[in-house]
Design a protein around this ligand. Structure first.
Ligand SMILES: [Zn+2]
Length: 119
């Protein structure tokens, strides 16, 4: 990583949560695959989680552009993990929505897939 990347990662709230340096709720974490699901700080639904890779990148689009296979792996992991978590989260019993943003503003500049309850 360049010095600039290290500084960006240090200031990133999601990287802070993954490092245990900032408060946040980790729903699921896989240290081998280096993916996690955390609770959104600004929920748009009764369930609003974010699936994130451990590696910092300034946007989801940049992450997909440079690591397309990692992005697909994250998507597949997110689906499998969320299905497993349905048993503990009644709001997901009716299904869930996955969404991600390309080329648009991201409040937290770190790659992510949104997991939302269907309302
Ligand atoms: Zn980050």
């Amino acid at each position: 990583m360049t010095t600039q990347n290290v500084q960006a990662a240090t200031m990133c709230p999601f990287c802070g949560i993954l490092a245990g340096a900032e408060p946040g709720t980790v729903i699921a974490r896989n240290d081998e695959k280096r993916f996690a699901i955390i609770k959104s700080i600004h929920p748009e639904s009764v369930v609003h989680w974010l699936a994130i890779p451990f590696e910092h990148k300034e946007s989801t689009e940049a992450f997909e552009g440079e690591h397309a296979s990692r992005f697909i792996e994250l998507f597949e992991w997110t689906i499998a993990q969320t299905k497993q978590l349905v048993a503990d989260e009644p709001h997901l019993e009716r299904g869930f929505t996955l969404k991600t943003h390309f080329g648009s503003f991201e409040t937290i500049p770190h790659p992510k897939i949104h997991i939302l309850a269907v309302e």
